[in-house]
Design a protein around this ligand. Sequence first.
Ligand code: HEM
Length: 161
Amino acid sequence: MENYIITAVVLIVILFALKNILFTNVNNVDLELEIDPETDSSKTDDVTVIRDFTPRELSNYNGFDLEKIYIAVRGNVYDVSKGRQFYGPSGPYSNFAGHDASRGLAMNSFEIENLRSWDQPIDELDDLTEIELKSLDGWEGMFKGKYPCVGKLVADPQFSK
Ligand code: HEM
């Protein structure tokens, strides 16, 4: 009789545990890690890989040799492909495509002579006036707000002097 009672109690405990395992609603589990829906990166599948670009590598992203269009501003490289009407091969600012546009933006000029080419050292911008630097600040804010940053502009040892 005693054995019978013990077996019955053990059975009830096992059945109760099984019920909890099989029918627990996941939403009721108290997750320790709270994920802010605003910053939940698992919701987006376009993962941006941040990498370094030498001026020569950057120059390929001109919307012509490669379809994507990248522009560097103050050392950061932005994917401006969605602004193709501005920077694409027939856009008004196509000179900026695949280039470090910092000096042009600072000087309010899209002329090619204000931009470094891929075989020149990175522009240190140390001769810009305060007004030009302010103008560049404004443009940089626009790029930061509108376009994803995809990397950094780094010197190519072959052309750094
Ligand atoms: C003839 C003078 C110019 C006119 C009429 C003009 C006109 C425009 C217009 C209508 C826009 C679009 C604004 C918007 O989307 O709300 C724009 C954007 C822009 N302009 Fe000009 N612009 C002129 C000169 C310049 C110059 C000299 C530069 C050189 C720095 C420049 C650089 C830009 C840039 C970087 C954008 C932003 C494009 C983007 O949203 O990615 N513009 N311009």
